[in-house]
Design a protein around this ligand. Structure first.
Ligand code: CO
Length: 210
């Protein structure tokens, strides 16, 4: 059997199991999704949002990219964000990074990776903001891991800089934004940063006519 054929076979077994557990499962989900969470995570295959949080289809709206970035010119991310906040009205946004992230590691080098350079540039900016702290760490892996935490923090703040989030904070008092880091070694998620609705941000990023 080819590897991809196994996926299709497993899918049939999964669907059968779901129906056995709950005969209305697919009917219900086919008509409506009402997730409470938007997940912005890394594309890394070892960090699947639903599996590590024990959530089911329908519970988390997911966006993933290299190193869980919130880039303010990324139409893909912004479209997901707008839909999640304005239409689905999610109560929480979770930015989830992971220790040992290859994207963060790559950004900390001077290698020329081609087109990926443009994406990694955003992570290099995070390093530049926090250079003093990161450089004071002597161990290279620990440097990367602290950068992973700081990157999550910066991406949470990037969400708060969008007019989408600011408008919803003003009108609905949510979403609550969480910065988490997943540890590949023990499977545990550590909360590292959060911003509740209405949290003060640097005034230069505040819009006055939302
Ligand atoms: Co990663």
């Amino acid at each position: 059997m080819k590897t991809y054929e196994k996926l299709l076979l497993e899918n049939k077994a999964w669907a059968k199991e779901k129906i056995e557990d709950d005969p209305t499962f697919f009917d219900r989900l086919a008509h409506l999704q009402t997730p409470e969470f938007l997940w912005i995570g890394c594309s890394d295959s070892r960090v699947p949002a639903n599996e590590i949080t024990g959530t089911q289809p329908g519970e988390i709206f997911v966006h993933r990219n290299i190193a869980n970035m919130v880039v303010n010119t990324d139409l893909n991310l912004l479209s997901v964000l707008q839909y999640a906040v304005e239409i689905l009205k999610v109560k929480h946004i979770i930015v989830c990074g992971h220790y040992g992230c290859g994207g963060v590691k790559a950004a900390m080098t001077n290698h020329n990776y081609g087109i990926i350079n443009k994406w990694l540039r955003n992570i290099k900016d995070v390093y530049r903001f926090h250079r003093k702290e990161v450089d004071s760490i002597l161990n290279e892996d620990e440097q990367v891991n602290r950068m992973v935490e700081l990157n999550v923090q910066e991406q949470v703040m990037n969400l708060a800089k969008t007019s989408i989030v600011q408008k919803s904070w003003k009108e609905n008092l949510h979403p609550h934004i969480h910065g988490w880091v997943y540890d590949l070694h023990d499977g545990i998620i550590k909360p590292v940063f959060e911003m509740k609705a209405g949290t003060h941000i640097d005034p230069i990023y505040e819009f006055d006519d939302l």
